[in-house]
Design a binder for this molecule. Sequence first.
Ligand SMILES: Cc1cc2nc3c(=O)[nH]c(=O)nc-3n(C[C@H](O)[C@H](O)[C@H](O)COP(=O)(O)O)c2cc1C
Length: 210
Amino acid sequence: MNKLIEDLNWRYATKSFDSSKSIDDETLNTLKEAVRLTASSYGLQPYEVFIIQDKDLRQKLKSASFNQSQITDSDYLVVFAVNTVIDEAYLDRYIKNIAETREIDVEDLSGMRNAIAGTVLQFPQDQKLNWAKQQAYIGLGNLLASAARLRVDACPMEGFDNKQYDEILNLEAKNLTSAVIATIGYRSEDDSLQNAKKVRKSNEEFFNHL
Ligand SMILES: Cc1cc2nc3c(=O)[nH]c(=O)nc-3n(C[C@H](O)[C@H](O)[C@H](O)COP(=O)(O)O)c2cc1C
């Protein structure tokens, strides 16, 4: 079996973490960089990532996550929170970033600016939020695959109360709202799920070659 498939079979949605084990700084930084490098529509990265280790804060968030033990037993809770205000000013900041990073004139980016202003910026707020969440999920996928490669365990999670998270993390004031979360750390030896066979659609059901 090749290494990539081996890594992806190694990973599983970890229910029980060994709270005595912690991720070293270099590994955490690598995971952060992998998520930061994630592709996004137009490159707009319409989300921020919160990496939460604080025990008290995680205890509060656990109550807002159906008391799932991963929230406090893992090493870090990662919250993907999407931008709720994606407007002209947001777009201008992005265009400025491209111009500075690539050392080009803002004027030379007017075509791109117009393309974004004519599409994403025109979406009704609901659609904008959905679009932003889709981008955040790509970040989540990249986190899961990267963690597997580094042999870090993770549990992706939608089982949390978005409103409570927003309140606890004071996200509204930052024009953000929680979209999806993950816990990362190291699996407990007692987590029987690590030995469970992967349940997936068959190749025939899943893939369509045309
Ligand atoms: C977006 C998303 C949300 C999920 N939410 C939860 C959750 O709240 N709690 C949980 O224990 N597992 C959650 N899972 C884990 C899935 O149940 C798990 O990934 C799926 O059953 C496939 O198993 P595997 O990841 O172990 O291969 C979630 C997975 C994804 C991708």
